[in-house]
Design a protein around this ligand. Structure first.
Ligand code: COA
Length: 331
């Protein structure tokens, strides 16, 4: 059996920086409130109409392919994770294939929101372990800014989310090092606690036109409930991943949690008794970029030389669905 390994990383964020003070001009909020509750200082919001989710994903992918030192035509499968695709259908994976101008390889879209990158990594890992593919391109990309209610009514959601894209090349290796495990979970009974309900097959286009006041076109989040579930599930799934490989909390070189909220990361850090240097956070700069948050954070940590050969790197995510998951990697 083969093992899979992350061989290339890259990310792209739009140039336009939106600070908490900028938001306080759009809605009743403040830098104090946002910083204290979420740790976020800035986020990127697309202001160039030409920039789409698939195009940002393409820019991140080009960097990851260059970092892997392979040719784009060596990629033999695409996995694209997003909750904010360019189109309702087709998915963004085929648009990425077109943008990259590569051969007619398979392209799969993953709809698992904040857990999308971990779900995608798990799929890539299985395909590579089975020997079906050698180099898989995994992209997480989101444009949230176009779909947020930026009035005071939507402030508890809109201040949290940012735009961005991250990508990884996952390749087959004969080395002992690589992805040791992935664990995935879901609990659909809480599907509506963090969701955008419409447009949907039960509420189609005629409804959008006739019902401008319908709030179900905006993201809804039961913030307190999400927070309480997130801290429990993060801890469980991190421990589940470590136990699978007979590792302990002390073995973690670097934990990269999905950047949901700095308070959630700090809560997990405290519960697991990890030091500041064992947990990587960059939500302060980018906000919550959902499927893109882990690959952006992983790339930044890697480029800052915070990850060395043989390190145990743990990725973990929780989000809408609810879905959650972890990946344990020996770098
Ligand atoms: N600016 C100023 N005030 C705001 C605000 C904002 N952006 N958003 C909400 N408020 C107000 C509320 O209206 C409320 O006012 P009230 O007391 O007069 O009714 C008050 O702040 C408290 O709101 P509440 O929603 O109870 O705050 P909270 O402490 O639960 O914090 C979150 C809100 C969203 C920051 C918090 O619940 C959270 O982080 N949850 C997890 C979210 C998350 O991680 N989501 C992604 C998962 S992948």
């Amino acid at each position: 059996m083969f093992r899979s390994k992350i061989t290339g990383l890259g990310f792209f964020v739009p140039e336009n920086i939106v600070s908490n003070d900028d938001l306080s001009k759009l809605m009743e909020t403040s830098d104090d409130w946002i910083s204290e509750r979420t740790g976020i200082k800035n986020r990127r919001w697309v202001n160039d109409k030409k920039l789409t989710t698939s195009l940002m994903g393409t820019y991140a992918a080009e960097k990851a392919i260059a970092d892997a030192g392979i040719d784009k035509n060596d990629i033999d499968f695409i996995i694209f994770s997003t909750l904010s695709p360019d189109y309702y259908f087709p998915g963004s994976g085929v648009l990425l294939q077109r943008n990259l101008g590569i051969k007619e390889i398979g392209a799969l879209d993953v709809r698992n929101q904040c857990s999308g990158f971990i779900y995608g990594l798990s799929i890539a890992d299985q395909y590579i372990k089975s020997g079906m593919y050698k180099n898989i391109l995994l992209v997480g990309s989101e444009i949230h800014s176009g779909g947020l209610d930026k009035s005071t009514k939507g402030r508890s959601v809109s201040v949290i989310f940012g735009d961005g894209a991250g990508a990884a090349v996952i390749s087959s290796t004969e080395s002992e090092n690589g992805i040791l495990s992935t664990h995935l979970h879901s609990e659909g009974k809480y599907a509506e606690e963090l969701a955008v309900i419409k447009p949907a097959t039960t509420h189609w286009i005629d409804k959008i036109k006739s019902d401008q006041t319908d709030e179900s076109y905006w993201p809804y989040m039961n913030g307190n409930f999400v927070f309480k579930n997130a801290v429990v599930r993060f801890e469980q799934v991190i421990k589940e991943g470590l136990e699978y490989s007979n590792l302990n909390i002390d073995d973690i070189s670097l934990l990269i949690p999905h950047q949901a909220n700095l308070r959630i990361s700090q809560f997990i850090q405290k519960k697991l008794k990890l030091s500041d240097s064992q947990v990587f956070n960059n939500i302060m700069k980018y906000g919550n970029t959902t499927a893109a948050s882990i690959p952006i954070a992983l790339t930044e940590a890697y480029q800052s030389n915070l990850i060395k050969k043989n390190d145990i790197v743990v990725l973990a995510a929780f989000g809408s669905g609810f879905t959650w998951g972890s990946a344990v990697i020996k770098w």
